[in-house]
Design a protein around this ligand. Structure first.
Ligand code: TYD
Length: 229
């Protein structure tokens, strides 16, 4: 497909949405067309499932049932939002994707093979070329979420934010392990640093991978230019 699919992953309060917004501005400044989307959600059908999942209303289904709902939302999101945008040549920046299911529902005890089957069915071959993992200790991320909740009217932690610190820390370790296993598509960025630093690190990951098509090779890679002589 002519477009590019980039996903963002990380624990609560990692700063994904801020960084996605910044990357969108950067790519647009290079003349690219960008679609920002998120999971669960990102399409009218999937947003309905999101509301059920995050309210905790379907918690009784258990982790296996919840995993199925995340997959159902993803299938609709892929079919109606992500795939059409990629076919049109857009850059799709997605806040969470299949790795979140592997980590969150995996941590909750859902069998890995079952999750793989669901993932294969849901993504229908649409996999990210690059996944930015914004890594942050759970304690710091949760503090950020708590202070954000005081300044907006988001109504307290959602179904997944409200879990114990050790659960968040286990998810963090699972993300890092996944990034190690699939290093070919992951870039891990230190989310404890200031937003400017994180944004620069993300742009570097983008230019490492897409320099040619973004026409930024000379600007971003002086070492490579010197090596060419
Ligand atoms: P959201 O408000 O989008 O959180 P965040 O800002 O941290 O991305 O809520 C999404 C929540 O759903 C988040 O806690 C992670 C969880 N989640 C899963 O458990 N499985 C999934 O497959 C996805 C996409 C999200």
């Amino acid at each position: 497909m002519p477009g590019h699919f980039i996903t963002f992953e990380g624990g609560e309060g990692a700063g994904k949405s801020t960084q996605i917004a910044r990357l969108k501005v950067y790519l647009e400044s290079l003349g690219q067309s960008v679609l920002v989307t998120r999971e669960p959600g990102g399409s009218p059908g999937a947003e309905k499932i999101r509301a059920l999942l995050l309210s905790g209303e379907v918690r009784d289904l258990g982790p296996r049932g919840e995993a199925m709902l995340f997959a159902a939302a993803r299938a609709d999101h892929v079919d109606t939002t992500i795939k059409p945008a990629l076919e049109q040549g857009q850059w799709v920046l997605c806040d969470r994707y299949a790795d979140s299911t592997r980590v969150y529902q995996g941590e909750a005890g859902v069998d890995t093979d079952y999750l793989k089957l669901l993932e294969t069915a849901a993504v229908a071959g649409v996999r990210p070329e690059l996944t930015i993992l914004i890594d942050i200790p759970a304690e710091i991320g949760l503090k950020r979420v708590a202070s954000r909740a005081q300044t907006d009217d988001s109504g307290g932690p959602d179904r997944f934010e409200g879990e114990a610190l050790k659960v968040h820390e286990r998810r963090r370790r699972l993300f890092i392990e996944l990034a190690r296993q699939e290093a070919f598509r992951f870039a891990v960025v230190d989310g404890t640093k200031d937003p400017e630093y994180v944004a620069t690190a993300i742009r570097k990951a983008i230019s490492d991978r897409f320099a040619d098509e973004l026409n930024i090779a000379d600007e971003q890679q002086p070492a490579a230019r010197e090596g060419a002589h």
